[in-house]
Design a protein around this ligand. Structure first.
Ligand code: G3P
Length: 531
């Protein structure tokens, strides 16, 4: 009981901190505080929201999100860890909720803050109640829905706009963060969206607009403390019984699919999860170095057995490709999950392979157990010649035609160059899946040099490798088939084997979304391309 009350009390306190604030000088008029005159114990029915002049205020934290504020800690911890550092996260863990905002935000650079767009949506989407979203969509005019949250705007608005497709005309009523010289101070500013809704309501006589509130069960009291509740004529509050039947929005029903996300944490840092992670970190750091040493020093047969004993395992699904033992000059095309992909193809084949890659940090390259990677330059002629040279001298070549990693069950567009190089031997598609328990070994916005260490510091991880039937590429050379068709076919085969979905998204799309650039890297000097 006490255990249950502690997080509840912490969240009450945080909620109070987030909602605090009297009207400061210069602020727009606040509507007279009054409670909604009618409170219904259910979600708002479609008939009530159909009117063109009806505005619906959705309590995002209490009604839309199933966890009802109990995950506030985790969301602030994600900001602290992903936009800040482990030290910041530790400070937040020790001082939450007293310094939730200060601890998570103070000192972060505004211009480079991307956690709201690149990290949080993944976790917030998993917390959306399908029934609450459905109820909010019953509003006659989506532009007249106000999405109210006690979280700072930078944490919640990208998720609402980009993944729940909240139109630009609809207001997101969340607090602004105060900034100084381009840095967040960790203090809240008055919320412009709330202000505009209140001003409009006040100008209209405070009762002309038909404003309906939508909250749920145990969150009603907190919602009533928010300024927007005071302009609601009626409040629809889903009862705890009704809310207990709500289910998480299935991935297939996400209004916008979640293909890309960034950040190092592969788990949601709840208070217990964060404590476990901080306790694991020193051991994980030592383990990552030890695992790396084993992988680099021992032959596969000994290394994989030893590594499996530490929780780093792999499995082969299906059989090895025919004549894999003797095949030389063979091209393998695999989907791209982490920078370690070619290593597992090599382990599965139990032979040396050459990996070709567009972007790989110098550190990762030096630590690779399969030797130096051949760097591509995104120049068809140059890259094609480099790969052809490797194949011509009998190397087994592993290429990841997506050109960048993807964590979710999607495949990005396959660049077709590989289909022109398979020759008579064709190309062997390889389907790869990876499970991480604590950290992602990839990053779009972070320092890629530590990718191997994050990957290797997972308590448990498992790679699954599946070789698919050889795809004929001779027809491309003969001009009978387009390389794009063959590349798309290979993509579809791998997607079918993994149960993933094919997309036409590219490396550029991923980097534009997660980092704000096109993901281009400096071309390698020609002498480093093939050795
Ligand atoms: O996910 P990226 O963009 O760092 O790409 C990974 C590189 O291809 C290295 O394997």
């Amino acid at each position: 009981m006490a255990k249950k009350m502690l997080p509840a009390a912490a969240n009450e306190l945080l909620s109070a901190l987030l909602h605090t604030g009297t009207t400061a000088p210069g602020r727009p008029p606040r509507a007279a505080r009054s409670s909604p005159s009618v409170v219904h114990r259910c979600a708002p029915p479609a008939a009530r929201l159909a009117g063109a002049g009806t505005t619906l205020v959705v309590d995002v934290d209490g009604a839309l999100l199933l966890s009802r504020r109990s995950l506030f800690f985790a969301y602030f911890m994600l900001v602290a860890l992903e936009a800040g550092s482990f030290l910041r996260g530790l400070a937040l863990l020790l001082l939450y909720p007293a310094i939730a905002l200060l601890g998570a935000f103070c000192g972060l650079r505004v211009g480079t803050f991307r956690a709201g767009r690149a990290v949080l949506p993944r976790w917030l989407l998993e917390d959306v109640a399908a029934e609450a979203l459905e109820a909010a969509r019953r509003a006659g005019d989506p532009a007249r829905v106000v999405w109210a949250s006690a979280m700072p705007r930078v944490m919640v608005e990208p998720f609402l706009r980009e993944y729940l497709q909240v139109p630009a005309a609809a207001a997101v009523a969340a607090r602004e963060m105060k900034t100084v010289w381009g840095f967040y101070t960790g203090l809240m500013d008055y919320c412009a969206a709330t202000s505009s809704v209140l001003t409009k309501n006040a100008a209209a006589g405070g009762g002309v607009d038909d404003v309906v509130g939508f909250s749920a069960g145990g969150s009603m009291a907190e919602f009533l403390r928010s300024p927007l509740a005071s302009i609601c004529k009626e409040l629809y509050v889903a009862s705890p019984e009704e809310q207990s039947k709500w289910r998480r929005l299935p991935r297939r029903d996400y209004p916008n699919p979640l293909v890309f996300h960034d950040g190092r944490l592969a788990f949601l840092p709840t208070p217990l999860g964060a404590v476990v992670m901080f306790m694991w970190l020193p051991l994980g750091a030592v383990l990552s170095v030890a695992r790396l040493a084993v992988a680099m020093a021992l032959p596969y047969r000994y290394a994989t057995a030893l590594l499996a004993a530490t929780g780093k395992s792999w499995r082969l699904r299906g059989a090895l490709p025919l004549d894999s033992c003797g095949a030389s000059g063979q091209l393998y095309a695999c989907n791209h999950r982490t920078l370690i992909d070619p290593v597992y193809v090599s382990i599965a084949l139990d032979r040396q392979v050459r990996a070709v890659s567009y972007s790989l940090s110098r550190v990762s390259d030096m630590l690779s157990p399969i030797g130096r990677t051949v760097h591509l330059a995104r120049d068809r002629a140059r890259d094609g010649a480099a790969m052809a040279r490797l194949l011509g001298r009998g190397d087994s070549v592993v290429v990841c035609p997506e050109g960048t990693t993807c964590r979710e069950p999607y495949l990005l567009r396959f660049s077709p160059l590989f289909a022109e190089l398979g020759g008579e031997r064709g190309v062997v598609p390889v389907a790869l899946a990876v499970e991480n328990s604590m950290f992602y070994g990839t990053t779009a916005s972070g320092w890629k040099g530590v990718d191997p260490f994050y990957y290797l510091s997972n308590p448990r991880m498992c790679y699954t490798v599946e070789f698919l039937g050889r795809v004929d590429t001779a027809t491309v050379g003969e001009g009978k088939a387009a390389s794009t068709d063959v590349a798309n076919r290979v993509q579809r085969l791998i997607a079918a084997a993994l149960g993933y979905e094919c997309t036409m998204l590219t490396r550029k799309d991923r980097y534009l979304m997660l980092v704000g650039n096109d993901g281009a890297v400096a071309a390698p000097p020609p002498r480093r391309q093939v050795r």
